[in-house]
Design a protein around this ligand. Sequence first.
Ligand code: ADP
Length: 154
Amino acid sequence: MKKAIFPGSFDPFHNGHLDILTRALPLFDEIVLAIGENSSKKYLFSLEQRLEMLNKQFADEPKVIVKSYSGLTARFCETEGIKYILRGLRSGNDFDYEKSIAQLNNAISPELDTVFFISPPHLSHVSSSIVREIMINNGDARQFLPEAVGNYKI
Ligand code: ADP
């Protein structure tokens, strides 16, 4: 079975993330949508809330499995028998950052490869931090969010 992981904070998961996942789905038998928990990071949505939103969003997509993990992504991939990491690129800044992470993951676990998807222009300005900013200020961010996330009530 060809498995991939799409790791991220997903605080919250937005249409830019959904675009990557949707385009990657035909390439793999299973994609683990993995929420990475970093104890030193502050999140707007708790891990439980993010798991709930994603489980609801992908309830009818059997190829998407929602999980959480802490620690190194490369170690989690070894445990799960995953050899491909999916990441998105919005800009040159993303590329510089993602290149080092991909090289690091490959150094830790040489069987691991990272597959990059370039965001389409209409989604390259969407980020979790912008969505959070809108939500914190009581704005309506639903145009940037998949249904289950946009309709989520805290
Ligand atoms: P992290 O905290 O690990 O960067 P994010 O949830 O912010 O996690 O992002 C997960 C992945 O999605 C990253 O590869 C990021 O570059 C990518 N991504 C975020 N926003 C977009 C977007 N609008 N279009 C394409 N990729 C995106």
